[in-house]
Design a protein around this ligand. Structure first.
Ligand code: AMP
Ligand code: MG
Length: 487
């Protein structure tokens, strides 16, 4: 039996040399385990029950790396707020790829594990609070049913990290389908030769889009990859819009080819519905506002397509024409999927003229009335059951009656509508004020609120009485308007 169940089979390091640097994480002074995701470790085939807490801390700090791991950091570039830069894992080390019992291949990665050749001016470290934030929100996304990286463990390092004030240093262990980013392709296209770009494309197809290889009719691999990636990105952003998630830093280095949500920095969930909502302190221009996310995904896809131009066709003009033709499908594809999703939020089956108007009118009403996004949809899903709860007057009454009429056109029992709504409308999201409260308390060494939040986000679609406080929008004095990267 392998120790703790690790089954390493690392393939990324078979790519040409420029894509990575092999190096060990920095040893830390006095590691302490803050949290271990036991359920996730079990599903990964891992078992640490024989390890003392001290030994677990040594493992998840990198002081004691598991047998079979071959640590390395990845090179990548990216457009950050539309500016192109060379980046790379400046404070992350991969242990390698682990094969789960269900045969799924995942990266195990440390974040906050010390300087690397890609650190630029940074210290390679991470403070505790943002690592716990990523842990909580990535797990919330998982339980909401949205593709995401996951969090296996957080340790403190016993060392202070210097930011505006000294903060406790920490390391997060992250599990991901892979860490291949749009920025990895940009790195290959700008800084490597064509051969390296081909290797990366083939590797990515093999790892994430192997079904493309089964299709003998595919004439142009890079175009097929762009199309398949576009579909995943559209689905991902539609899901974000469904639950009111604002990523906050949709830079091309934070968009993965696996189609998972990655890098939980200043991300946040919207309370009151407003498409211009921005929480991130660094996003002063609102580039990554809630309502801009589809446009940005499209912009990032165009940057991705650009990297593959030399592989699409030797004739650059022809390659551009073919890529543009493909990308021009984005807005229709997004619009259709978004509308379908919004109709599901309203319990509507089939498709009728006037559906979009119905959705847009509700959103406009919510915006004007500063209605809570999550709560409004949840309330509607409760009210479908009670015919006597029709609001008495005003625009909302008219809208409500229109909606009820439309529900009747479903030609399905009301229960079906209701269960559709319950599947699409969460009751619990990690609301900013609860996240801040949990992290503030964790900063004083008290993890009770953090653990309570973790429990609450595990059943996001169920109305559980004991988690009532996680369902409610913030009081005016509890509202959080800004989030910080805290790197
Ligand atoms: P992020 O905002 O986490 O997506 O990071 C953007 C880039 O900055 C990535 O290349 C990171 O590796 C790098 N970075 C962030 N924080 C640090 C740090 N403390 N030290 C070194 N590099 C960092
Ligand atoms: Mg990043």
């Amino acid at each position: 039996m392998k120790k703790y169940g690790f089954h390493f089979d690392t393939t990324y390091t078979n790519l040409p040399d420029p894509f990575f640097t092999e190096l060990e994480p920095q040893k830390v002074e006095e590691p302490n385990l803050v949290i271990l995701n036991k359920k996730l470790s079990r599903s990964m085939g891992l078992d640490f029950s024989d390890l003392s807490l001290k030994k677990q801390a040594e493992l998840f700090s990198g002081n004691d790396l598991p047998k079979g791991s071959t640590p390395f950091s990845q090179a990548y570039a990216g457009h950050q707020f539309a500016h192109f830069t060379m980046l790379g894992d400046g404070r992350a080390h991969l242990w390698g790829e682990h094969i789960m019992p269900n045969k799924q291949r995942v990266d195990i990665q440390f974040k906050g594990s010390g300087r690397t050749p890609y650190s630029r001016g940074g210290d390679g470290k991470a403070p505790l609070s943002p690592m716990l934030r990523e842990y909580l929100i990535s797990e919330a996304m998982f339980f909401l049913g949205i593709p995401t990286t996951r969090s296996l463990a957080v340790v403190t390092t016993g060392e202070a990290v210097m930011r505006e004030t000294p903060l406790p240093g920490a390391i997060l262990t992250r599990i991901a389908g892979s860490h291949i980013r749009v920025g990895t392709f940009q790195f290959a296209a700008y800084f490597c030769d064509k051969e390296a770009l081909v290797s990366l494309m083939d590797y990515t197809i093999e790892r994430h889009y192997s079904d493309l290889l089964d299709n003998v009719e595919i004439k142009n691999k890079p175009l097929a990859l762009i199309k398949a990636f576009m579909e995943r990105q559209v689905d991902l952003v539609v899901n974000w819009m469904r639950v009111g998630f604002i990523h906050g830093v949709m830079n091309t280095d934070n968009m993965t080819l696996s189609g998972e949500t990655i890098d939980y920095g200043p991300c946040a969930f919207m309370d009151q519905y407003d498409p211009d909502t921005v929480f991130s302190y660094i996003d002063q221009m609102g580039r990554y506002a809630y309502g801009n996310q589809p446009k940005i995904a499209e912009w990032n896809l165009a940057r991705f397509a650009e990297t593959l131009l030399p592989l699409i066709d030797d004739d650059r003009d022809k390659a551009i024409f073919l890529a543009e033709e493909l990308l021009s499908d984005f807005s229709d594809m997004y619009h259709l999927k978004w509308l379908r999703m919004m109709c599901c939020k309203l319990g509507l089956f089939g498709s009728y003229e006037g559906d979009e108007r119905l959705v847009l009118d509700l959103l406009t009403w919510m915006h004007k009335n500063e209605a809570d996004y999550t709560q409004t949809f949840y309330d509607l899903s409760e009210k479908t059951q009670c015919k006597n709860q029709v609001p008495t007057k005003g625009f909302f009454r008219d809208w409500y009656l229109r909606w009820q009429d439309r529900v009747l056109k479903n030609e399905k029992p009301l229960e079906d509508s209701l269960s559709l709504m319950k599947k699409y409308n969460p009751v619990v999201i990690p609301r900013n004020h609860k996240v801040e409260e949990a992290l503030n308390m964790a900063g004083t060494g008290d993890l009770d609120a953090f653990c309570e939040s973790l429990k609450a986000i595990k059943e996001p679609y169920k109305n559980i009485e004991s988690f009532k406080s996680f369902q409610l929008p913030p009081n005016p004095d509890e509202r959080v308007f800004q989030t910080f990267c805290g790197t």
